[in-house]
Design a protein around this ligand. Structure first.
Ligand SMILES: [Zn+2]
Length: 489
């Protein structure tokens, strides 16, 4: 073990710590004589060398193609397990499906695990597909160009994955007492939420990573005009449900059209639904988010944000803000996006059936049945039927904004980013945190690297890239949060 590395983590008051027995030291070895009480009492020292190591891991992981489907996360899992093994940590591969394994590792705080106290650092290994012809570099080449690290997964979610890994390893190397178990978990099949997703992992292996608290993706550190505007900590997310719209009519020869053409009825229904806006419903999280945003947005935007909830100007403000930003619109209401159309087999045949798919994103707390009622009334066509597709997302409770972990995340994030406001955030998309919240985990979403809206727009798109100038700070943030929460002072 390289003693120099121990400077990643410093701890005070070790001699007086009676909470944890020596065999369950995170390190499992002897206290380093160089690990004195730092003057400033900080738990974590300089993490810049650690971030350089983590950047190399990230480049390597970007070169391992984990496009889902099929995922093939096995190679990434083995790579991560090897890093952990070198650090003297037992890394276990949890097979979820053939060729698809999660990786789990644990730093123990005591002989008897207390899952309700444990901290889970979780990230997914799989990535969405690429259209190679639209990329300016090899999406699986780990290419560094003009200050960016390019690659599918460079933002979603391999960068968070290596930040978690770095934080976990820092605590291990720190040779310190921890007051809760720290668990590292790299998951499979997040992007498809299929048979190898966290849902299956929980069903098969929950005891291996059961925890009371989790750090996952889903938040953001927004950069605007060269500085950090705010840090969003995800505490809730919208729920994805699909609706199938089926129009039926009489099949026939296209040379003799009739009024009951299924294609025409479907098109009319889709147009009505596409133009429909569900009523605004400001949840407490979104209210707090908009309030905070008002403090950092330009004057014009802030003016509307401040009156969004007032009886006289609220409605107008909601309209202006919804038009200004589709993300804000989606935070205010249930949304419905028609996404797929299917009809016909021949150009000269009127089909008897035409189908559309709608992707609905419900606010947490709203029910699909109420929305279905409204949509049925709106469509009002006996030839058109709406059906909820089973196995949609499940509504999960929000994570608390009152517990010690949330306040620690807030405090450490603000400090890391020069006092920028830290706001609770509701994702309009889905993450694995919903599954965790359904299992009583207080899960919080970060994306610890400062990025611009332009950077963010490449996630799931072409030329996904991480600004390298933001990398070390992101690693530092996750390391500090994990260490401050778990290391005994
Ligand atoms: Zn992701």
């Amino acid at each position: 073990m390289n003693r120099k590395r121990l400077s990643f983590l410093r701890v005070g008051m070790l001699a007086g710590c009676a909470l944890v027995m020596a065999p369950f030291h995170a390190q499992g070895g002897q206290q380093s004589p160089g690990m004195g009480i730092p003057d400033n009492g900080a738990v974590v020292g300089d993490t810049s060398a650690l971030a350089r190591e983590a950047q190399n891991w990230l480049v390597d992981l970007l070169k391992i193609d984990t496009t889902n489907p099929p995922g093939n996360e096995q190679a990434a899992a083995k790579y991560i397990a090897e890093i952990l093994t070198k650090e003297g940590v037992i890394a276990e591969l949890l097979e979820v499906a053939p060729g698809r394994s999660a990786v789990v590792a644990r730093l123990r705080s005591s002989a008897v695990a207390d899952p309700s106290r444990a901290l889970l650092l979780v990230a997914h290994m799989d990535v969405v597909g690429v259209d190679k012809s639209k990329w300016t570099v090899d999406p699986f080449g780990g290419v560094i160009k003009d200050g960016y690290l390019y690659g599918r997964g460079s933002l979603d979610d391999k960068s968070m994955l290596v930040a978690n890994l770095a934080a976990f390893i820092a605590i291990k190397r720190g040779n310190v007492h921890i007051n809760r178990d720290v668990i590292f978990l790299a998951t499979t099949d997040e992007e498809q939420f299929g048979d190898a997703s966290l849902r299956t992992l929980i069903a098969k292996y929950w005891d291996k990573f059961a925890a009371g608290y989790a750090l996952n993706e889903g938040g953001r550190v927004m950069m605007k005009n060269g500085k950090v505007q705010y840090i969003g900590v995800q505490v809730a997310e919208k729920v994805s449900v699909n609706i199938a719209v089926t129009a039926t009519g009489k099949a026939g020869h296209a040379s003799r059209p009739t009024k009951d053409n299924a294609v025409v009825h479907l098109a009319a229904a889709v147009e009505k639904i596409g133009n429909y806006q569900a009523p605004v419903h400001l949840t407490s999280i979104v209210r707090r988010y908009f309030e905070g945003l008002a403090g950092v947005e330009d004057d014009e935007t802030a003016k509307w944000l401040r009156v969004i909830d007032t009886p006289d100007r609220g409605e107008h403000a909601q309209r202006v803000l919804a038009d200004m930003n589709p993300g804000w619109n989606s935070m205010m209401r249930d949304t419905i996006a028609p996404t797929m159309l299917q009809a016909g087999v021949r150009v000269n045949v009127i089909p008897s059936e035409a189908k559309a798919m709608l992707n609905v994103r419900l606010l947490p707390g709203d029910t699909i049945d109420l929305l279905m009622n409204d949509l049925n009334k709106l469509v009002n066509d006996p030839q058109v039927k709406l059906q909820i597709v089973p196995d949609g997302g499940l509504a999960a409770p929000n994570s608390s904004m009152e517990n010690e972990f949330y306040s620690l995340i807030t405090r450490v994030s603000a400090k890391e980013y020069g006092g920028a406001p830290v706001l609770p955030y509701m994702s309009t998309g889905a993450t694995d945190s919903a599954q965790l919240r359904l299992h009583n985990v207080q899960a919080y979403g970060l994306m610890p690297f400062a990025i611009t809206e332009e950077d963010e727009s490449h996630v799931h798109g072409d030329d996904e890239r991480l600004p390298l100038a933001s990398f070390a700070k992101g690693v530092d943030l996750i390391t500090r949060i994990a260490a401050e929460f778990s290391v005994t002072r």
